[in-house]
Design a protein around this ligand. Structure first.
Ligand SMILES: Nc1ncnc2c1ncn2[C@@H]1O[C@H](COP(=O)(O)OP(=O)(O)OP(=O)(O)O)[C@@H](O)[C@H]1O
Length: 472
């Protein structure tokens, strides 16, 4: 391995120490500075191959000092680390030329992966990084959970590329908001952003809506009409609920993605599409691929990057900032004080099947009921049981049930170290599995073991351990 030099600029000695230990362990040399000014001096002296730069520094902050680091190091990659994991900081860092972005606290292995990738890039670097600062518009994408930090990082890294992005997550998790943020921070920001849900269209008209048609193409086509891809020229299209796109239309979409071409319905002339395609789905698209309902080649084409938005119940840290955000948007006078820790804890208990959309509606409802006083749980409407089949089935899916069980056991352990979670899970699930297999084989253990794919002796031992030895 070639020895490379890394400059770590952070006023927290423990962070410098951690990077030093980790990277010297990889055979590299590490120099540290506790301010931007000292860092720039060391950068000019050591010409590091990588700079790890904290945002909050005593005098000049890391982001505004970044151009100086890039200049002093001849555009060495810069990994920015910050405690403010918002979208603005992530985008500002990347726009200033950061190659990656870590939010404190981060796991050492995540930092190490980022450093390895950046050092590899450094060794191959030829072209200078753009350092042009850009005005940033405000964002409405709120969240402080590690999952949202990861989403902000992904948006920042992908925005300026022309990659297709597949945004996944349950209904109401913010997929459309993420798509809009990607567009807003992209080089296409001053061009149209057109979200469309093909499922909401008349199936006969989907292709005409997407690709346009020529006069006489079908009954009622009384004149030529441009479709979505033409109207979005130069901009971004979001195809919402992409999993519902008919197979025939999928082929045409693939042509847009692969060749940048399409034809209006009723016309054979190819037209050029200059659009970035984002897609969103709350379905398991790879399962649709497995069933043959979704083309695998299209799936891969769409997934230049995948951004997954976890359900709200898995990122309860976001509940409080989201509540405040929604109250502030309603110009609720006491937005800062209306929510206390007790209320947040009670809200965190709810399943939020409708995710952030449901939270937003609930907060707005509560604010109206509370009429200006701090909110209580009684002001909130009852939790939604899951409004449509897809929500109901996802919450009752095997994965949903396992997720709920696991969360409950962890919560019930009330912070104690859990060391038997796997064994508890087996004890909760194996007896049913074994009993049904045995019923199916009319109590024949050898056949049941064969069916389960385990040894007969193992089945006997497990049955015994669950007290089911005599039952069959
Ligand atoms: N991180 C967030 N910060 C602020 N508001 C949010 C956030 N995520 C979602 N919302 C709000 O929640 C509502 C639902 O968001 P959005 O429409 O983006 O969800 P979706 O995942 O696209 O839903 P669906 O799959 O049902 O189309 C919107 O009102 C949106 O403004």
């Amino acid at each position: 391995m070639t020895k490379q030099t890394i400059l770590v600029v952070d006023d927290e000695p423990s962070i410098c120490w951690a990077f030093e230990k980790m990277l010297t362990g990889e055979g590299h040399e590490v120099v540290s500075a506790s301010s931007a000014e000292e860092g720039i001096r060391l950068a000019a002296k050591h010409l590091p191959d990588l700079v790890v730069l904290d945002v909050r520094l005593p005098k000049e902050d890391g982001i505004s000092a970044m151009p100086k680091f890039l200049k002093a190091t001849d555009n060495a990659p810069v990994i920015v680390i910050t405690a403010f994991g918002d979208l603005e900081t992530a985008v500002a860092a990347v726009k200033q030329g950061a190659t990656d972005y870590l939010t404190k606290p981060f796991k050492l292995e995540v930092a190490l992966r980022a450093c390895r990738a950046a050092l590899k890039q450094s060794a191959n670097r030829a072209t200078p990084v753009t350092t042009q600062p850009m005005e940033l518009d405000s964002t409405v994408l709120v969240g402080t959970s590690p999952a949202m930090h990861q989403v902000f990082r992904q948006i920042a890294l992908v925005a300026e590329s022309d990659l297709s992005v597949l945004i996944t997550g349950e209904t109401g998790t913010g997929k459309e908001l993420v798509a809009a943020a990607i567009h807003r921070h992209s080089l296409r920001a001053d061009k149209p952003y057109l979200p469309i849900a093909p499922v909401a269209l008349n199936p006969e008209l989907i292709e005409s809506e997407l690709f346009g048609h020529v006069k006489g193409a079908f009954t009622g086509a009384s004149e030529d009409r441009a479709g979505l891809f033409e109207r979005a020229e130069g901009g971004t299209v979001l195809l919402d609920e992409i999993g519902d796109l008919p197979l025939a239309t999928q082929v045409k979409l693939l042509r847009v993605l692969e060749q940048g071409q399409f034809s209006r319905v009723g016309d054979v002339r190819p037209r050029t599409a200059n659009v970035r395609i984002l897609a969103a789905t709350n379905a398991e698209l790879h399962e649709a691929v497995g069933r043959g309902d979704f083309r695998e080649d299209l799936f891969h084409r769409l997934t230049g990057m995948q951004i997954h938005l976890p359900p709200l119940r898995d990122r309860c840290e976001d509940i409080e900032p989201l509540c405040r955000h929604f109250l502030a948007a309603m110009k609720y006078a006491a937005a800062d004080t209306a929510i206390d820790d007790g209320l947040v804890a009670e809200l965190a208990e709810r399943p939020w099947h409708g995710n952030i959309r449901e939270l937003r509606n609930a907060v707005e409802h509560a604010a109206v009921v509370a009429r200006g006083r701090p909110l209580t749980i009684d002001d909130f409407p009852a939790p939604s049981p899951g409004r449509d089949d897809s929500v109901a089935s996802s919450s009752q899916s095997l994965e949903g049930v396992i997720g709920q069980w696991t969360r409950e056991v962890i919560e019930a352990s009330s912070g104690k170290d859990l060391q038997t979670l796997h064994a508890q899970f087996l004890a909760a699930t194996e007896p049913t599995l074994f009993q049904i297999a045995l019923q199916h084989t009319h109590g024949n253990r050898a056949k049941a073991a064969e069916m389960l794919g385990i040894h007969r002796g193992t089945l006997r031992d497990r049955l015994r351990s669950y007290g089911l030895d005599d039952a069959n």
